[in-house]
Each structure stands twice: as C-alpha cells, then as structure tokens.
Design a protein around this ligand. Structure first.
Ligand code: PLP
Length: 390
C-alpha cells in the first residue's frame, strides 16, 4: 500500500505555457509569456559584465568553504549601498533569489507579528500569496488595478491601508509592477507612505525589476522614500532580471530601521530562519554581483548593459503603441510587463489560432517581442477583436 497520500500537484500555468510554446512547431510563434528579458534575437544573454566577473572569480577564488548563514556579507553591503540612501540603516542577508528574500521577509514578519495581516494588492505576481502564506502569514487582498480601464485603483489601496490595523504589513512593488507595469506617481507614493506612517503599517518592498523601468535612480526613488519615512521596512531584492542571473538564484533581504539595534537583531534572525530552511544561500551569483559592484569598470559596464535593456523595452513599448493606437497605454507603463484587457477566450485564440503566447490573465512580456514581430502581434490582436481599454 502506498505510504504517501499526496494531493494532486497543481500545475503552474506559466510553466505549462512555456512547455506548450516549446512544443509548438509553427515557425512564426511569438513568446510574450515568459518573464525574462529577451534581446532582439529572442535570447536571454549572459551580460558581458557578468562574464568578466565570472572569469575573475574563477581566477581568484581560493576556497569553497562555507561562508555563513547570511551568505556573502560584502555582497549584501554592496547591494545595499546601491539600493538605499547613504543615511539609511539597512542590514540583511543574501538569499536564494528575490523569492528567497520574500520568504525570509514573510517569516520574520510572522515572528514579530503573529496576529498581523499581510495586505496584497491584486493583480500581483502569482507567487506572492503562496510564498507568504506558506510562511504562516495571514493574508488579505485589495484591488490595485482595473485591467479593463488600465487605471490604478488608488482609492482602494488607501482604503485598505486605512482599514488595516497597526502592525499589519503590505507588499509594495518598488517599481515596474508585475503584471501591470502600472506604478504610482511620486505624489501618490508620498500620499501612500504618509498613510503607512500614520497607521503604523509595515511595508515589505519587492524589488525585482529596478533599472528596467526608467533607470536605476528613478526606479529606486519609491523604495528610498519608503525606507526614509517608515520606521521599519523589509526589502526583498532580486538580481535575477537586472543582472540576468536568473538561474544563479541571487538576491538579498534587508530590514531598514531608524534604530541600528533593530536592524542588527533582524540580520541575526534572518540567518536563524535561513538555517531552518536551506542553511546558506548559493554563492556564485552573489560573488559575481559583489565583484561587479566592487570594480568601477565592471560596474560601469553593467550600468551600460542595463541601460541597453531598459531602452530596448521602452522603444518596443513606443513602437507597439505607434503601430496600434489603442495600445497607447503601454507607453505609460514601466518595466517588462503590461496586462492587456483581453478575455480568456481572446487569450486562448491568440495562442491556439495565432501562435502568440501570453499569460492567461492577458499579461505580456514586452521584451519577448522582437521588432519584426510587432506587425504580426498587432494583426493577431485585431483578429481576436481586441479594442483596447474601456
Ligand atoms: C514581482 C516579483 N517579485 C519577485 C520575483 C522573484 O524573482 P527571483 O526569485 O527569480 O529572483 C519575481 C520573479 O519573477 C517577480 O516578478
């Protein structure tokens, strides 16, 4: 008799979509589903700065002995210097990707606030809910964005914060909102942050696409505003997209605090939580990022490569909107994603009848579109009766 009575595994719709795309033999298929950066040849290349740092690492690394529970502390410090204002006290731990950082953020929040609720605006990255709930955190959702009108539902965000109790937490996409590309204006951020401070709500900032919207400085402005004004903030940073290190699982979690002792304690607790899950994070990607950030030439090379990626995404948004005016809204959205107001029937027809692959909710990865595919993408949208926002 079977000893393991396991539930039926729930297939991941995005992974299923990737499999379906790979199996599709139509030569003109278009992949707007997967959430990775693509260049104009449809590749996700290793950055030259990363290659150079990898070579350096291979030459210089003397040992692969354990580092410690918080991983490569110099990486954490260098990345923190990139992310935060000079005066911000930010201490943390290296993590397996942004996902590992979010998990540690959820775990530490649950330790400090076991009765608290974590508020999440929807639509959001589909892993936010399972990832935080599996840390034992109680979650609640509010409406962030209306796909049909392509408008941020700012009033409902404020209302949710207003109804939250002191010590509750909220996930905020630091920039380049996934899946909508719709970020708050600087004025809206200020209004929201003031309310967070007034209501004693703890922000958990998810930074996964910084640099890919309007450039690093602009993309980090909201995070810096939040970490300056809120007493304590958890920040989950991923190096997957902006360093192209997806499979190397590179990220960091930080607690920023107005009190050094709080951040110091949090750093130790991050290590203790990691010990119970995976002990120590994988080294390679963090060592690569550290080498890049420590070396002014490599750092400049990385900045230039990041800028090329950002400009490609921006110019694609522009070209798509120029070809089909009802898509004008995509030029106002940031980062790789937009959430098109398409019905499930239209999405299905795009995939089945036109070989245009996109997520079931209508999310497209703009970077997945090559310049010479825009025409076919737009005519396919027209063919399924896409008429733009209401
Ligand atoms: C919004 C958001 N947060 C976090 C992550 C986690 O990234 P990773 O764990 O690959 O570094 C992703 C990845 O797609 C994301 O889109």
């Amino acid at each position: 008799m079977a000893q393991f009575n396991l539930p039926e595994p729930q297939p991941d719709p995005l992974l299923q979509l990737i499999g379906k795309y790979r199996a599709d033999t139509r030569p003109d298929k278009i992949d707007l589903g997967v959430g990775v950066y693509r260049d104009d040849h449809g590749n996700t290349p290793v950055l030259a700065a990363v290659k150079a740092a990898e070579n350096k690492l291979q030459q210089e690394q003397q040992s692969k002995s354990y580092l410690g529970l918080t991983g490569d502390n110099e990486f954490v410090e260098q990345l923190g210097t990139l992310l935060f204002n000079d005066a911000t006290i930010a201490l943390g731990a290296q993590t397996p990707g942004g996902s590992g950082a979010l998990r540690l953020a959820a775990e530490i929040y649950n330790i400090a606030h076991p009765q608290g609720t974590l508020w999440i605006g929807t639509p959001t990255w589909p892993n936010h809910l399972p990832l935080t709930e599996s840390a034992g955190v109680k979650t609640a959702t509010f409406d962030y964005f209306d796909k049909d009108t392509q408008q941020i539902m700012f009033d409902s965000s404020l209302e949710a914060i207003d109804n939250a109790k002191a010590g509750d937490a909220i996930i905020l996409h630091g920039c380049c909102h996934n899946p909508t590309g719709a970020d708050l204006t600087p004025e809206q951020w200020q209004q929201l942050v003031s309310l967070l401070v007034e209501k004693n709500i703890i922000p958990i900032v998810d930074l996964a696409y910084h640099g890919l919207g309007d450039g690093l400085e602009d993309d980090l402005a909201a995070t810096r505003l939040i970490t300056t004004q809120c007493e304590e903030v958890l920040v989950a940073a991923s190096c997957s997209k902006n360093f192209g290190l997806y499979r190397d699982r590179t990220g960091a979690v930080y607690m920023t605090s107005h009190e050094k002792s709080t951040a110091t304690r949090a750093q130790a607790v991050f290590g203790q939580i990691a010990r119970k899950i995976y002990s120590m994070p994988p080294d390679h990607g963090a060592a690569v990022v550290r080498l890049i950030l420590q070396d002014s030439t490599l750092k400049k090379q990385w900045h230039d490569e990041l800028k090329t990626m950002t400009e490609r995404v921006k110019s694609l948004r522009q070209s798509i909107a120029e070809r089909f005016e009802v898509l004008e809204f995509v030029t106002r959205q940031k980062g790789m994603f937009s959430l098109l107001p398409l019905s499930p029937v239209q999405v299905n027809s795009l995939i089945e009848d036109h070989a245009v692959y996109l997520a079931g909710d209508g999310r497209i990865n703009v970077a997945g579109c090559q310049l010479d595919q825009i025409e076919r993408f737009v005519t396919s949208l027209e063919a399924v009766g896409f008429t733009g926002p209401q």
